[in-house]
Design a protein around this ligand. Sequence first.
Ligand SMILES: *[C@@H]1O[C@H](CO)[C@@H](O)[C@H](O)[C@H]1NC(C)=O
Ligand SMILES: *[C@@H]1O[C@H](CO)[C@@H](O)[C@H](O)[C@H]1NC(C)=O
Ligand SMILES: *[C@@H]1O[C@H](CO)[C@@H](O)[C@H](O)[C@H]1NC(C)=O
Ligand SMILES: *[C@@H]1O[C@H](CO)[C@@H](O)[C@H](O)[C@H]1NC(C)=O
Length: 440
Amino acid sequence: MKLSVLGVLLALSLTTRLTEAATSNLVCYYDSASFLRTGLAKLRTEDLELALRFCTHLVYGYAGLKASTMEVFSLNVDLDMFHYNNITMLRTKYPHLKILLSVGGDRDVDEAHPLKYLELLEANTTIQQNFIDSSMVLLRRNGFDGLDLAFQLPRNKPRKVHGTIGSYWKKFKKLFTGDFIVDPQAEQHKEQYASLVQNIKRAYWSANLIMTMTVLPNVNSTWYFDVPKLHQHFEFINVAAFDFLTPIRNPEEADFTAPIFFLDEQNRLPHYNVEFQLNYWLQNQCPPHKLYLGIASYGRSWMLTSNSGLSGLPVVPATYGPGEPGLQTRTDGLLSWPEICSKLTRNATAVYRGPNAPLRKVTDLTQKYGNYALRPADEVGQHGLWVSFDDPDFAGIKAAYAKSKGLGGVALFDLGYDDFRGLCTGQKFPIVRSIKYFLA
Ligand SMILES: *[C@@H]1O[C@H](CO)[C@@H](O)[C@H](O)[C@H]1NC(C)=O
Ligand SMILES: *[C@@H]1O[C@H](CO)[C@@H](O)[C@H](O)[C@H]1NC(C)=O
Ligand SMILES: *[C@@H]1O[C@H](CO)[C@@H](O)[C@H](O)[C@H]1NC(C)=O
Ligand SMILES: *[C@@H]1O[C@H](CO)[C@@H](O)[C@H](O)[C@H]1NC(C)=O
């Protein structure tokens, strides 16, 4: 009698401990390109180490897919030949850490073969074996625990706006998301993905390698992912639920790039929010503990015109494509959190005009949609800027939301865009810390 009570108690404490463990994972993406930047933008390995106390998984980005042979390969051999090992060796100092290699992401840019990930799905099993074998060699030789499939599958088309300006960006839009990219064979590709995943899993299982996957922004899960068949094969699934709108995809209007909830106004699309994306997986039998919410540590910036108004209230009309690249990101319309922070001001009487004037931050008091900051265009229509972003506070709100839904954790994209030098408030990795605090 006593023994059985003890047994029940033990079982209870074990399950609570298991569920506690299941809610606390923090997957940290590490784009090795941040190691190659110079000056203050460079994320050195000693900086990276500060974050590893907080991360349960480190995902090294990014390996590529060789279109000719369907092999996984290093996109930068000069760096990776040493850096792979330098990173996986960190495990000796941080034994709790699992270290994965991610294939795809948005780094595997291959203009000659924009659809190579579909070609991989369509290939026969002999060819697909090249993918499996090459990945296993790469992982084992370099000491990785497993592979993250972040396949670049065709993206949703951005919603149309009928502006009068921005014809240049319209052309741009066509280039990236024109009709050729709509996938008439999505149903078939969905089946092929599930069977490839099953085959990879079978090979990895016996080699003791783990496999995860990442749903990249705007890759439509309804088209490509047969959730009931997939979830069992993955250690976890990261849903990169951000970049629903970007200044490249949506040059003529700006909106919250990663709202938690649907704001049913102004013809917003119902699936462009965190909740919809997560619910799609959950409603299709993905166990919540296998699902991780992806959060971005960068923001997206649009140029404002005189017709964009002064309030900044999204949806912001008549924008003119991406804002200038940050010194660190060097990418149009993309700013890291420390870059955004440096543009904000707490000075209520500051003058918000001109190229170097600060941005006024607007905090979302509902905690549902996200924060933004702006500088309206000046008298001649110049220097207007609007930025949507998740700061440490909002990233924490999202982590708490993920926890409240019983998810397995959060995936942060990317350590290199968090404030790893503490330039903003003196605290290093404030986004990582905030997420960890709310996951605990
Ligand atoms: C690898 O680590 C060694 C020893 O710490 C260091 O000298 C070297 O610069 C590192 N190389 C890379 C590419 O990370
Ligand atoms: C698989 O595809 C390759 C390339 O398309 C072809 O050369 C090979 O014969 C095919 N193998 C089988 C077993 O169908
Ligand atoms: C995929 O796209 C369709 C059509 O635009 C949309 O109805 C659906 O909700 C999308 N699915 C997800 C998971 O976003
Ligand atoms: C705030 O901005 C005003 C106008 O630009 C400036 O005169 C003032 O010195 C600033 N105050 C602080 C504390 O920076």
